[in-house]
Design a protein around this ligand. Structure first.
Ligand code: ADP
Length: 258
């Protein structure tokens, strides 16, 4: 009987190991696919602005645009816009330089959350190429946290950026901030395209982008939310998403005050 029990256990262990192996291979395959689409994306995204700036500079050098003030200004404006776009992309990729073990490097100081949000709103409204209105639900409470100001600012910027990117022309964003039982609760709701609930977990994975065909050819690398989640987690907090397709999305962050 002991022998049978040992054999059964052994067989179970083998089956377990086999299933684990299959699961790992499946996960690796998925990751490899995501990585491939990231590299494709990235290559395309980097090539376009570089080629545009190159063409603008060449035109200035070659075709005497130097003597044509209007043309010169146009080329400089285009170059500036494209370089800004490049700098933005580089910033995104650098943000993801997360150590697998230690995560991002946090420098904790006292952070005034209302101020951070107000700055975030300003940046989002200023940089938007659409009509955007961002409102606070009620009055912003005075809340301070011991946190990393720089990373939290990036978190807020990423969420505003997405709310603006994945939306139609007139964007309305509602921001809520409150404290509940020693926890700061921040919500950012948009009236954009929405996310199918089947993707709620995936969107926080590195490189993942909701497959959307040509519905909304919005540029991105699938890095932002993975970074956001990492930073929130390192502050001891959580992030949740809720959404209705075609109506809008809300991200809810909680961070303990202690
Ligand atoms: P990126 O925006 O570069 O693709 P993110 O990690 O920030 O990467 O987002 C992952 C995916 O989640 C996006 O590709 C998009 O499909 C979806 N998403 C994120 N935020 C929103 C939002 N506010 N509304 C609709 N979809 C969103």
């Amino acid at each position: 009987a002991v022998q049978i029990a040992v054999s059964v256990l052994l067989i179970l262990a083998l089956i377990g190991a086999f299933i684990y192996l299959l699961w790992t291979i499946n996960r690796q395959n998925k990751l490899a696919l995501l990585r491939k689409s990231f590299v494709n994306n990235m290559t395309h995204e980097l090539k376009t602005p570089v080629a545009t700036v190159m063409a603008a500079v060449e035109s200035i050098q070659r075709y005497g645009a130097r003597d044509d003030r209007d043309k010169m200004e146009q080329y400089l404006r285009i170059s500036h816009r494209e370089l800004e776009h490049l700098a933005n992309m580089i910033e995104k990729v650098l943000q993801l330089d997360i150590d697998e073990v230690t995560g991002v490097n946090l420098r904790m100081t006292e952070v005034d959350l209302a101020k951070l949000l107000e700055e975030g709103v300003e940046i989002a409204e200023l940089g938007a190429k659409k009509e955007v209105s961002i409102d606070f639900v009620g009055r912003l409470p005075k809340l301070s946290l011991i946190a990393d100001a720089g990373h939290l600012k990036n978190v807020i910027n990423n969420l505003f950026d997405n709310a603006i990117k994945y939306s139609h022309d007139s964007v309305k964003i509602q921001v809520g901030l409150k404290e509940e039982n020693g926890t700061v609760v921040l919500s950012i709701a948009d009236n954009g395209l929405g996310i199918d609930p089947i993707y709620f977990k995936d969107i926080f994975e590195v490189f993942f982008r909701v497959p959307s065909g040509n519905l909304h050819p919005v540029k991105g690398f699938g890095l932002g939310l993975a970074y956001v989640k990492q930073v929130v987690k390192q502050h001891g907090g959580t992030i949740k998403v809720d959404s209705i397709l075609g109506k809008g999305t809300v991200f809810i962050l909680t961070i303990p005050t202690q």
